[in-house]
Design a protein around this ligand. Structure first.
Ligand code: AMP
Ligand code: TRP
Length: 333
């Protein structure tokens, strides 16, 4: 069945393998499924919930757009744009912040993680971040939202907001509660240095992640240094329990090859990690290096990237502006 897809990625630099395997790879597959309507957004309004350097932010917006294109997103098939060009996102977010409840936001684990110990010093924007995300999605009546596992809770909040708005104003089905699309396997790519931590752009150690712009040598080196354990690779999935680093490397390999973990275990069961690592590096270089080359090429033409985003924003604006107009009418403005 045709789906209306919306998703977003923050332009905060260092897009990595977790972003690619957890989210962007799925964006491309959905775009290429027949009849889907896909909208992919560089969520720059979300990025400023943490302090950003203006020059770097501008570069990162272009770099995220370049990554979309280099991964296979096609501006003739999908709408690609950046959020701050479409005013309806801010406007819709204000309206929905009057629907969302403090108690709901207080439960958000991402806020707790990002705010750290001193919550009093966190920006109000960081706190209401999931409301803006709900506006992003529901302005386009998106039915499905491909995201990594970490965004599940935000999607649940979005559904709660839809329900409350529709109830409060007695407008059944006006806001569409979206379904998350989370990959069943390998939805969470872990740090190469610590299998209990997510691969993240904010990790201080660059060795913890494969960045999509990493050179071949860097990829080989990072995989060589990736943490493992002293046992050989098992033959069955059950024996991966309590071996998070082994599970992660095997998961990354399987995901890159689009194969089930059992197939990978058949390939490597009983062998030692050096063999897996050699093959994993080859797979990564095969997939990541052409992308890195394309990203760097696109970044040499910022005017082209800006034009793609601006064209996309015009299309997005037509849809989102209209939805906000309807919202205002319902509210009584
Ligand atoms: P962000 O960079 O936080 O805007 O994330 C962009 C997308 O990548 C979101 O859908 C995240 O859920 C996903 N993502 C980020 N880190 C990981 C990871 N380590 N594993 C899987 N997905 C991830
Ligand atoms: N919060 C998402 C993340 O950190 C990014 C995002 C913003 C998003 N708006 C969205 C994802 C709408 C999906 C749909 O990854």
């Amino acid at each position: 069945m045709a789906k209306k897809i919306f998703s977003g990625v923050q332009p905060t630099g260092n897009l990595h393998l977790g972003n690619y395997l957890g989210a962007i790879k799925n964006f491309v597959e959905l775009q290429n499924e027949k009849d889907n309507n896909c909208i992919y957004c560089v969520v720059d309004l979300h990025a400023i919930t943490l302090k950003q350097d203006p020059k770097e932010l501008k570069n990162n917006i272009r770099e995220t757009a370049a990554t979309f294109l280099a991964s296979g997103l096609n501006p003739n098939k999908s709408i690609l744009f950046n959020q701050s060009l479409v005013p309806a996102h801010s406007e819709g977010s204000w309206i929905l912040s009057c629907i969302g409840r403090m108690g709901w936001l207080n439960r958000m684990t991402q806020f707790k993680e990002k705010a750290g110990k001193d919550k009093e010093k966190a920006s109000v924007g960081l706190y209401i971040y999931p409301i803006l995300m709900a506006a992003d999605i529901m302005l386009y009546d998106a039915t499905h939202v491909p995201v990594g596992d970490d965004q599940k809770q935000h999607l649940e909040l979005c559904r709660d907001i839809a329900q409350k708005f529709n109830n409060d104003y007695n407008v059944e089905d006006f806001l569409v509660p979206p379904e998350p699309l989370i990959q069943k396997q390998f939805s969470r790519i872990m740090s190469l240095k610590d299998g209990s931590k997510k691969m993240s752009k904010s990790d201080v150690s660059d060795l913890s992640r494969i960045n999509l712009k990493d050179s071949k040598d860097l990829i080989i080196n990072k995989i060589k240094k990736a943490k493992t354990d002293p046992h050989p690779i098992p033959n069955i999935v059950e024996e991966l329990e309590n071996r998070p680093e082994a599970e992660n490397l095997l998961g990354i390999y399987s995901s890159l090859k689009n194969q089930n973990i059992n197939t990978t275990l058949k390939e490597f069961g009983g062998k030692n990690f050096s063999e897996l690592k050699t093959n994993l590096s080859e797979q990564l270089i095969d997939k990541i290096s052409p992308m890195a080359k394309e990203i760097n090429k696109l970044l040499n033409d910022p005017a082209y990237l800006d034009k793609i985003l601006l064209d996309g924003a015009e299309k997005a604006n037509d849809i989102a502006e209209n939805k906000v107009k309807e919202m205002k009418k319902i509210i009584g403005f």
